[in-house]
Every structure is written in structure tokens, then in C-alpha cells.
Write a protein that binds this ligand. Structure first.
Ligand SMILES: Nc1ncnc2c1ncn2[C@@H]1O[C@H](COP(=O)(O)OP(=O)(O)OP(=O)(O)O)[C@@H](O)[C@H]1O
Ligand SMILES: [Mg+2]
Length: 256
């Protein structure tokens, strides 16, 4: 049930600023792609385009071969129902408990009976190491716990596609890696297609199936994270210099 996502010649402008400049990229079914790139390069815009929350100025956005630019709202909602999304800066509802936050899609979308909601939510909480935390409110959680609640909620409808926009910004590196590992384990179990937007966390590259670097309106795909360092594209080289110091050192560690 995993889904292929594709940009064909996508252009996105805001006024005279071109954020995506004839971008072509394929996100393969059942694989995890990390989208990396400096701040303001258009990573969140790319995610919003995939969700149909914004329209491109030109090009096609294909979800399993269907161009979502051309379909009507009802058809778009059907496509979106397959997506689990965690936006930049997790939006948990502060007035609701952890349990109710995670239960939200089951109650609102699926209208499941409460006994079944309880079973599924308890399962989801356990999967993300949140057993016994259901009665707490978001304000009583650590940053890492909030992310895990957001993940549990995004997984509730068993999505075919999972989109995470910088899921771990602002957390300490160990907690960040723990959350990524949890996420990758879940991905392997369920086999959904996933895209993770990551600002500058080179370590996550080694967990991903491929890395897409977004720089000055262009996306470049790399099957191996190490290949990014060998790119001769001046913009990619600049990105490597600015943000990927750790990849250099980690590959030195591996090779020595
Ligand atoms: N709705 C909008 N109207 C006008 N400009 C926008 C809009 N959304 C995004 N932009 C511009 O598009 C560019 C890309 O923004 P985007 O949010 O995608 O960056 P990003 O790569 O996600 O950055 P960060 O890593 O900081 O989250 C920025 O220059 C931003 O100001
Ligand atoms: Mg962003």
C-alpha cells in the first residue's frame, strides 16, 4: 500500500522570488527520503505542495500517478487521507490530554466506537514509549515526548505516506537520534513511503534510503549520503561546507 510521489518540472514562485525552479524528483514507494537544505530554501514549501496546501506555478505533482494540481477538492481529500503528517513545530492541542490528542483522527475521521479507540490509542502510545502518559497535557511533556505524541497521532490512520517537517528541531542530539530510530523502525514495520525534512542533521542521512538536497531552487538526489560530499555542483559544495562537517568526520571515523 505504499505510494510513489513525484515532482515533474515543478516551479513555485512568491512574487519575484523563485523557490522551486523546474524541480524533478521521485520519492520511491516504501522508501525514506531525507530532504536537506539550508533555511529558507523551500523544504516546507515542497511538503505543502505534496499535500496540495499550495499550488505550483507550473509542473505536475503526482501521487501514485495522479496529478493533484488538476483534481478537485473531494478527490484531493481522498488522496490526503492516505497521508500522515507531522508539521514543523508539532501542533498538539494544549487543552487536550495526550490520549485525546492521539485519539483525534480515530474519533473525527473514522468515528470509531470508544472501546476501539482506547485499544488503538494504547497500542500507539506503547509503540512510541508513552505508556502511562495518556492523562498528561502537552504542557507537562518534554520536547521529545511531544514529538513522540505527534508521531503516534500521525500513525493512527495507518498512512501510506508519512511526511515529517523537521520533526526534531530544538532537541538534544541523543534524543533526536532516538526519535529517528523509533521512526525508522516503524517505517520498516509498516513499509510506508516517508519524507523527512531535516535541516542540518547529517547523522540521519545514514538511516535514510536516499537524500535530496534542495539548494537555490534545484533538488539533487543522492543514493548514498557520502556522494553529497563528492558533488561538483557549486551550490551543493557550499551546502556541504556550511552544514555537513559531521558527515566528513563520521566517514573518517568509519574508514580509519
Ligand atoms: N506563503 C508564502 N508567501 C510568501 N513567501 C513564502 C511563503 N511560504 C514560504 N515563502 C518563502 O519561500 C521560501 C522557502 O520557505 P520554506 O518555509 O519552504 O523554507 P524552509 O526550507 O522550510 O526553511 P527552514 O529550514 O527555515 O524551515 C522562503 O524565502 C519563504 O519566505
Ligand atoms: Mg521549513
Amino acid at each position: 500500500m505504499s505510494v510513489e510521489l513525484e515532482f515533474i518540472d515543478v516551479v513555485k514562485r512568491f512574487g519575484d522570488q523563485t523557490v522551486l525552479d523546474h524541480v524533478n524528483v521521485t520519492f520511491a514507494p516504501g522508501q525514506t527520503t531525507v530532504i536537506a537544505g539550508g533555511s529558507g530554501q523551500g523544504k516546507s514549501v515542497a511538503i505543502k505542495l505534496l499535500l496540495g496546501l499550495m499550488a505550483p506555478d507550473a509542473g505536475q505533482i503526482l501521487i501514485d500517478g495522479v496529478d493533484i494540481v488538476k483534481i478537485n477538492k473531494k478527490e484531493l481529500n481522498k488522496v490526503r487521507a492516505q497521508f500522515g503528517v507531522l508539521f514543523q513545530g508539532v501542533a498538539l492541542l494544549d487543552s487536550m490530554t495526550v490520549f485525546d490528542n492521539v485519539a483525534l483522527p480515530l474519533r473525527e475521521r473514522l468515528r470509531l466506537p470508544e472501546e476501539e479507540v482506547k485499544v488503538r490509542v494504547e497500542e500507539g502510545l506503547a509503540q512510541f514509549d508513552l505508556q502511562g502518559e495518556g492523562d498528561k497535557f502537552p504542557a507537562q511533556l518534554s520536547g521529545g515526548m511531544k514529538k513522540r505524541v505527534g508521531l503516534a497521532r500521525a500513525m493512527m490512520l495507518d498512512p501510506a505516506v508519512v511526511l515529517f517537517d523537521e520533526p526534531t528541531t530544538g532537541l538534544d542530539p541523543q534524543i533526536t537520534m532516538d526519535i529517528y530510530k523509533l521512526f525508522f523502525d516503524t517505517q520498516k514495520q509498516h513499509g510506508f513511503t516517508s519524507i523527512i525534512v531535516s535541516h542540518d542533521i547529517p547523522k540521519v542521512f545514514n538511516l535514510a534510503d536516499r537524500v535530496v538536497v534542495l539548494s537555490r531552487g534545484k533538488m539533487a538526489t543522492f543514493e548514498q549520503p557520502e556522494d553529497i560530499q563528492h558533488s561538483t555542483d557549486p551550490h551543493i559544495m557550499q551546502f556541504v561546507q556550511e552544514t555537513m562537517g559531521q558527515v566528513y568526520s563520521s566517514s573518517h571515523e568509519f574508514s580509519s
